[in-house]
Structure formats: structure tokens, C-alpha cells
Write a protein that binds this ligand. Structure first.
Ligand code: 5GP
Ligand code: SF4
Ligand code: MG
Length: 459
């Protein structure tokens, strides 16, 4: 999911949130929503299924009046694909409305929702995120102020959560102790504060990057006091490495460099580890392109565009069913015969998850005249499901969970196949290699996943 929030001194800022969500569209395409607080501290929410550009129009945005707002793009990992699961979630409290937008996935959602239901809360959605909002409101009703109540609620949550929250007069951002999902702070030239999943959400509205919300940190921002911070839990950084490789936008900055630069570098590493002679190197648009350029520069083999993507089709993996996925890829990529004809081709992609996309691409390349197809993947084999907010599916759908590299090569019909090593993937980040979650490549989950939850996906 994508989360975003703005606090301005005055003016109507729903449009800023709209553009922020628009830049974060790649993080979730199922539903979108914005909650605005008006001058009296009352909330106005508009949320619906669909892309940001489908959910909002000029008229709707003009009606969302206020200088404080948060927004959300949903990519469903828990809870079904329904409008009641769209966010922001708004709950009433004695201190006024509390609004919440969540990116990530709790591993104790069932327990938390159960406890809250026992205490008489009427949960409306099927998401883990609603549990967090109700936990905050419960603590507020117990007499706590906002900051105390949020910390009490955060301590009841286990799993991955980057949150953007709002109250009358304040926005807040928080991350779990591991910082699995990203969240950054920005400031506009006129002094408005911004919270965004990624820095590309700051760029689009002309905000300067200030810093990230730290793992285990809560920030509360008010016009009166500016930004205040609490380290509510000790940081044990474990950023999702898939954010670096695939999920986040290439123009977003993490650890002081754009992900484009990181992705080019892992392409170079891939060329060092698994060179093969060929006539051209191509990337699978869009996610495979930076690594393909890196591979080409390192190997000296010419880079070419061999597949053209229809810009108006969403990322295939957001689509919920296997059948839709299979038809999705046909709508999405078209091979360039003139480029591929009689060529030995190296094709680079960021990952192989189910293998369905890859096989279709390989067939398309051969039909277009490629004489050899060598696939190179800029991440290691995905062998385990994710429980922290990326829908890599259950384990039996992950092709590398039950097949060797040689067997996968056969299945996707390539001449040769090689993956980037785990070591090279981490070293190329150029920061402390222990600061990443890599569980989908290793099965070593940094945050304990309860057996009951594991069983839902480990089969
Ligand atoms: P596959 O061959 O596994 O069907 O698809 C691999 C391609 O789709 C890659 O280009 C990758 O960017 C994208 N992809 C599809 N599904 C997923 C997913 O669930 N997680 C990730 N990280 N990438 C996916
Ligand atoms: Fe990211 Fe994989 Fe860890 Fe999930 S399991 S958070 S996709 S690295
Ligand atoms: Mg891709």
C-alpha cells in the first residue's frame, strides 16, 4: 500500500494528497481514499475501489476542504477486495476523530481483532488495519492523550506497519521496530509537513526530503509544536529488500541513493556472477530495465529494447487471480521483431515468482525471432511467502519453492537461467547487510510468524 499525509498551516490540501497518492499508485491499485480535517476538526472522507485517478475528480477534491489530510492506496494482502476495506479508516473518540492509513501486514491481526471484539468494538472491515485504529480509540477512551494512546496501540501490534495517522490539529507517522515498510518525512517550501511511503511522493508536490521515520519511531506533527518524536520501541532495522529490488519506484531514494542506481548495480553484479555470451541484453519493462542497463555496461554486450510495454496496464501482480494474471501479460508486453530477429538474447527481470510471466515472455521472444534466450534475474530465487505486506502468494505457487534452477529453466523454456546471489544482493546495498529482511529468499523471518498464520501460506 501507499500512505501519505500533509499538514499545512492553512489552505485546502486535498489536492496535494491526491498528487502524493498518484505518485504512489504503484504501491496499490485496488482502492484509494483521502480523509480531510476541516477547520472545526471534523473529518470528511472519500474512498472507493479503483485507481486514484478513477476514485477522485476535481469536484470531489474541491469538496474535501481542510489543511490537514491523509490518504491511502490499497494493495490487498489481508482482508478481501471490498470497499469496506478501503482506507483511511476513521474512528470516533472523545478527543475527536482518529484517522489511519496502514502499509504492511500484522502477524497478530486475528488475536488483536479478537481482543477488540471481546471488548465490544464493532469491527466493520476484515483488515488488520482496523484493529490498530480501534486499539488507539480504546486507549483514548481509557483516558490517555493521543501520544500515549498511539504508543499503547502500537505495542499491541506485531508485524510490519508503516502508519500515517491524523487527529484534529495533528498528523502522525510511525513504523514498526524493524522498519519493514518505508516511510519518509518531507517539508514544502511554505512550511507544510508531509509524510509519504516513498520520496517520489515528496518530489511530485515539490517537498524537500527531511529524513525517514526511523524503525520504532513515532512522530507527531502539529502547527504549534512542529515535529515531535518518540522512540516507542528499540530499532532493529529490517527493511524489506524487495522494496529495493522491485516494489518501490526507481526514482525513490533509500539510504541516500535512488533505487535506480541500486538496481543498475545489481545488474552489474549479475553480469559478474553469471556472464553468458550474446548479441543483446534486454530488460523486462519496467522493473527489469535498470538491472539490464547495469548488466550491459558491465558485460559490454549492447543494451536494446526488445519488449514494449503498454503504459496503461497496471502491474500484473496486483491482479488477484491466476487467470487474470495470465491474460494480463498478453495485454502488457509486445516484442520488437526488428530488434530480436536472429539475435542471441539475454533477458533480465527483477524476480521470478510464479514463473507464468517469464514463460510467456520467453515464448514471445522466440516467436519474434530470438535464436537463444538466456534469462538473468536480479534477485535470488523466491522460495518463501511474505507475511509482511507483499502478496507473493502461498508457497506452492512459488516456482522456486519446489523446483531447482535447472528445472525452472526447463519450465520457462530458456536456454540458460541464473539468479543473483543473496550475498551480492545485500552487498550491493552498500549499507549494513544485517539491516534487511530477506525472508522470501531464505525462510528466516525476522518477525516471528505464528504457526497458524504460516499454515495459511506454507502449503
Ligand atoms: P512471474 O514470472 O513470476 O509470473 O512474474 C515475474 C515478473 O512479474 C517480474 O517481472 C516481477 O516484477 C513481477 N511479479 C509478478 N508477481 C510478483 C509478486 O508477487 N511479487 C513480486 N515481487 N514481483 C512480481
Ligand atoms: Fe520483503 Fe520478502 Fe521480507 Fe516480505 S519476506 S518483507 S517481500 S524481503
Ligand atoms: Mg516485472
Amino acid at each position: 500500500c501507499g500512505v501519505f499525509g500533509v499538514l499545512a498551516a492553512e489552505g485546502d490540501i486535498a489536492k496535494l494528497v491526491y498528487f502524493g497518492l498518484y505518485a504512489l499508485q504503484h504501491r496499490g491499485q485496488e482502492s484509494a481514499g483521502i480523509t480531510v480535517y476541516d477547520a472545526q476538526g471534523r473529518t470528511h472522507t472519500h474512498k472507493a475501489m479503483g485507481l486514484v485517478s478513477q476514485v477522485f475528480n476535481e469536484t470531489i477534491l474541491n469538496e474535501l476542504k481542510g489543511a490537514l489530510a491523509i490518504g491511502h492506496n490499497r494493495y490487498s494482502t489481508t482482508g478481501s477486495s471490498k470497499v469496506c476495506n478501503a482506507q483511511p479508516i476513521v474512528v470516533e473518540t472523545r478527543l475527536g476523530d482518529f484517522a489511519l492509513a496502514h502499509n504492511g501486514n500484522l502477524v497478530n491481526a486475528t488475536e488483536l481483532r479478537g481482543e477488540l471484539a471481546d471488548q465490544g468494538h464493532a469491527l466493520e472491515s476484515t483488515t488488520d488495519s482496523e484493529g490498530i485504529a480501534f486499539a488507539v480509540s480504546e486507549a483514548v477512551e481509557d483516558g490517555k492523550d493521543w501520544q500515549e494512546a498511539i504508543i499503547v496501540a502500537l505495542r499491541r501490534c506485531r508485524g510490519a506497519f508503516s502508519l500515517v495517522m491524523a487527529m484534529p490539529n495533528a498528523i502522525a507517522g510511525a513504523r514498526d521496530a524493524y522498519g519493514v515498510r518505508p516511510l519518509v518525512i518531507g517539508k514544502t517550501p511554505d512550511g507544510s509537513y508531509v509524510l509519504s511511503s516513498e520520496t517520489c511522493g515528496l518530489d511530485i508536490i515539490g517537498a524537500e526530503y527531511v529524513r525517514e521515520v526511523m524503525p520504532g519511531e513515532l512522530v507527531i506533527i502539529t502547527t504549534e509544536h512542529g515535529l515531535q518524536s518518540w522512540q516507542w520501541q528499540e530499532a532493529q532495522p529490517k527493511l524489506c529488500v524487495f522494496e529495493m529490488i522491485y516494489f518501490a519506484r526507481p526514482d525513490s531514494v533509500m539510504h541516500d541513493e535512488s533505487l535506480y542506481t541500486y538496481r543498475m548495480r545489481i545488474g552489474r553484479e549479475l553480469a559478474k556472477e553469471s556472464f553468458v555470451d550474446a548479441d543483446i541484453v534486454i530488460g523486462v519493462p519496467d522493473s527489469g530495465i535498470p538491472a539490464a542497463i547495469g548488466f550491459s555496461r558491465e558485460s559490454g554486450i549492447a543494451y536494446a529494447e526488445g519488449l514494449i510495454k503498454n503504459r496503461y496496464v497496471g502491474r500484473t501482480f496486483i491482479q488477484p487471480t491466476q487467470a487474470m494474471r495470465e491474460s494480463g501479460i498478453r495485454m502488457k508486453l509486445n516484442p520488437l521483431k526488428d530488434v530480436l530477429q536472429d539475435k542471441r538474447v539475454i533477458v533480465i527481470d527483477d524476480s521470478i515468482v510464479r514463473g507464468t510471466t517469464s514463460r510467456k515472455i520467453v515464448r514471445a521472444l522466440r516467436e519474434a525471432g530470438a535464436t537463444e534466450v538466456h534469462m538473468r534475474i536480479s534477485s535470488p530465487p523466491v522460495t518463501h511467502p511474505c507475511f509482511y505486506g507483499i502478496d507473493t502468494d502461498s508457497q506452492d505457487h512459488l516456482i522456486a519453492s519446489h523446483l531447482s534452477v535447472e528445472a525452472i529453466a526447463k519450465q520457462i523454456e530458456v536456454d540458460t537461467l541464473a539468479y543473483l546471489s543473496h550475498d551480492a544482493m545485500l552487498k550491493a546495498t552498500q549499507i549494513d547487510t544485517s539491516h534487511f529482511c530477506t525472508a522470501c529468499f531464505t525462510g528466516k523471518y525476522p518477525i516471528d510468524v505464528p504457526d497458524k498464520l504460516k499454515r495459511t501460506k506454507l502449503m
